[in-house]
Write a protein that binds this ligand. Structure first.
Ligand SMILES: *[C@@H]1O[C@H](CO)[C@@H](O)[C@H](O)[C@H]1NC(C)=O
Ligand SMILES: *[C@@H]1O[C@H](CO)[C@@H](O)[C@H](O)[C@H]1NC(C)=O
Length: 213
């Protein structure tokens, strides 16, 4: 048998043993870019724990005054850690052509712990390598917002902090695309959902994949 046969055979075995697409990529040097000179959002310290693409809708109800008021959001969260170093990263929220993106979880709103209002949740408990880990979620509260530097048609960039859960201590929403309601509405009209995408950066996670506890 030729040496090249052995190399080919060994590569085939290696390919069987290890997945060709890694489950996640090193993001220890990933830099979250905030607009120059803005002071609304504080720069996070340290490396992110997760970098996610959110694809979903922002919901609005029509107030008696005839303007739309935020009624939360619902989105699927995709792992984009393996795109951080690639040219696709900057515009991934624009490109619906999704490379090997892994669904990590969901983003949605629940009644706030105080019982009044609603709070955002990021939840990895039903998908991927954190599936079944009861701690793989975070319920958060807004700290600050920044109008999108790409224009008022996009929902604000946000800084949030954890209220409960181990998935993150800090969360940022950046690079938002769309999601704003029309300027006015007819009082009594139904809730509307406006499509949006954004990046979500989660910092300070202490969760470990299910089975590693
Ligand atoms: C940021 O501020 C500096 C100093 O005031 C200024 O020279 C620079 O042009 C500003 N950059 C942007 C992007 O506004
Ligand atoms: C937002 O609207 C979607 C339908 O577009 C719905 O599935 C979801 O439950 C709504 N979420 C909230 C918080 O109202």
């Amino acid at each position: 048998m030729s040496p090249s046969f052995f190399v080919t055979a060994m590569l085939a075995v290696a390919a069987l043993a290890a997945p060709l697409i890694p489950e996640s990529c090193d993001i220890s040097h990933a830099q979250m870019a905030l607009p120059a000179n803005q002071t609304a959002l504080a720069q996070p310290s340290g490396a992110p724990s997760f970098v996610l693409l959110g694809v979903g809708v922002q919901n609005y109800t029509c107030s008696a005054a005839g303007t739309y008021a935020s009624a939360g959001a619902v989105a699927q969260l995709f792992d984009i850690s393996c795109l951080v170093q690639s040219p696709a990263f900057d515009n991934v929220q624009d490109i619906a052509f999704l490379k090997p993106l892994t669904r990590m979880g969901d983003h949605y709103f629940v009644t706030s712990p105080s019982g009044t209002g609603i709070s955002p949740v990021w939840d990895f408990r039903a998908f991927g390598r954190f599936k079944g880990n009861a701690n793989a979620m975070v319920l958060a509260a807004k700290v600050a917002n920044l109008p999108s530097p790409a224009g008022p048609q996009n929902v604000d960039w946000l800084q949030l902090k954890s209220v409960s859960g181990e998935l993150a201590t800090q969360i940022y929403r950046t690079d938002t695309r769309s999601g704003q309601p029309p300027a006015s509405c007819t009082p009594g009209s139904a809730l509307i959902s406006v499509k949006y995408t954004s990046k979500y950066w989660l910092f300070g996670s202490t969760v470990v994949p299910a089975g590693n506890t």
